[in-house]
Design a protein around this ligand. Structure first.
Ligand SMILES: *Cc1c(COP(=O)(O)O)cnc(C)c1O
Length: 224
């Protein structure tokens, strides 16, 4: 757990160094891995030091919270890349398409339809990821592994720009097999982007091919 005396920019440097180190072990270019700072629950005052330290990719898990924080922050810094990593209700699809540059939680046909309609209407197309329930957990978001081919087909038919897959492995288990499975599913479907890895397991995710890692508490400290 990061201690209070460590500054945000030091945390950022440490996470970036760990990404670079593990990319090196896997003979990967660190530039191919996007670090998304997950700023959910944290106020603009906590986000500003990371922006000042050069961080540009951020993620939120709730549309309403993001709408309250990010329009101002985005107006102040031109090249912010904002990701939605939480479950999305279809009736928030318009708001999500208007605000986010990437949506990691496409997991059902009704949401595909709502997003496709919003993209058409706004002429703005965030990168979309299909979230897979990689551990086949009852309570977890994401489409079932067995439903992935059909959902991808629906999304491609609707013109949704699907760039990759996203998953959150089951808690308190070794994540590597789940990351490897997600990578294999992406490969099988011709998808190049892999959104996987959080504070506790992003180094493993980088070894196994993550192209974006979603890191919250390792950058901001524990959420209150
Ligand atoms: C909160 C969250 C994260 C970041 O979690 P940390 O453990 O704080 O790094 C990553 N991905 C998703 C989908 C989240 O909801």
């Amino acid at each position: 757990m990061p201690s209070a005396e460590i500054s945000p920019s030091e945390r950022l440097a440490a996470v970036r160094a760990a990404i670079a180190h593990n990319a090196g072990l896997a003979r990967r270019d660190p530039a191919d891995i996007e670090l998304i700072a997950i700023s959910k629950t944290h106020p603009p005052e906590a986000i500003a030091p990371l922006i000042a330290a050069g961080q540009r990719s951020f993620g939120e898990n709730r549309v309403q919270e993001a709408q309250a924080k990010w329009p101002t922050l985005k107006a102040e810094t031109a090249d912010i890349h904002l990701h939605l990593v939480g479950q999305l209700q279809s009736n928030k699809a318009d708001d999500a398409v208007a605000l986010f540059d990437a949506i990691h939680s496409v997991d059902r046909p009704s949401l595909v339809t709502a997003l496709a309609r919003a993209i058409q209407a706004q002429g703005r197309a965030p990168d979309c990821y299909i979230q897979v329930n990689i551990g086949e957990e009852a309570q977890k978001g994401g489409c079932a592994i067995a439903d992935l081919p059909a959902l991808l087909h629906t999304a491609r038919d609707a013109g949704l720009p699907i760039v990759g897959l996203m998953a959150v492995p089951p808690a308190d288990t070794e994540p590597a097999p789940y990351f490897a499975l997600l990578a294999k599913l992406a490969r099988n479907h011709g998808l190049t982007q892999l959104s996987m890895g959080m504070s506790g397991d992003y180094e493993t995710a980088v070894l196994l091919g993550a192209t974006c890692v979603r890191v919250g508490s390792a950058l901001f400290g524990e959420r209150g």
